[in-house]
Ligand binder design. Structure first.
Ligand code: NI
Length: 169
């Protein structure tokens, strides 16, 4: 098990589009273990492979209070969305300390492979639905701040760059 470094906005590598996972082999299973450990260590509720600089369609999630219900989605595809959307306050391990509202579907149905490579369908609502939508955006190279106004996004970019400069001193 290894903790993986998490890319921080505005790192351009966060905008790479992930490719499908070809086979759920030992390499992918190790990646899953490491991504879950990294997510729990960072106290996040979701992590996309993109965020650890692996550009393959794989996300891990755990929205449970007890942090004991890991969900692994490989090559996820949204097959249904609710008509209703709502504004949800979001944060991201790649944009530490920033929280803002994003419009998301209330409920979705996702088809994906699980950590063993078996096909499964997940019906998600509320926080889980929001989290899956947020993580799937990462696989498309999209960070949640890109939904905000250009002015806000630019302010966040400057703030992140300043924090990163101070960290590297
Ligand atoms: Ni995120």
């Amino acid at each position: 098990m290894a903790l993986l470094p998490i890319l921080c906005f505005p790192d351009p590598k966060l905008h790479k589009v992930a490719q499908p996972v070809q086979t759920v082999d030992a390499r992918v299973k190790t990646l899953i273990v490491d991504m879950l450990a990294t997510m729990y260590d960072a106290k996040g509720i979701g992590l996309a492979a993109t965020q650890v600089d692996v550009h393959e369609r794989l996300i891990v999630i755990d929205v449970s209070e007890e942090r004991d219900q890991p969900l692994v989605l490989i090559n996820p595809e949204i097959v249904w969305t609710s008509a209703e959307t709502h504004l949800n306050e979001e944060g991201c391990l790649s944009v530490p300390g920033i929280y803002d509202g994003v419009q998301r579907f209330n409920a979705i149905t996702v088809r994906a492979l699980d950590g063993e490579g078996n096909s499964r369908t997940v019906e998600a609502e509320d926080l889980l639905a929001v989290c899956i939508q947020h993580e799937m955006d990462h696989l498309l190279g999209k960070v949640f701040v890109e939904y905000l106004s250009p002015l806000k996004r630019d302010r966040i970019r400057k703030k992140m760059l300043k924090a990163q400069r101070e960290d590297s001193r």
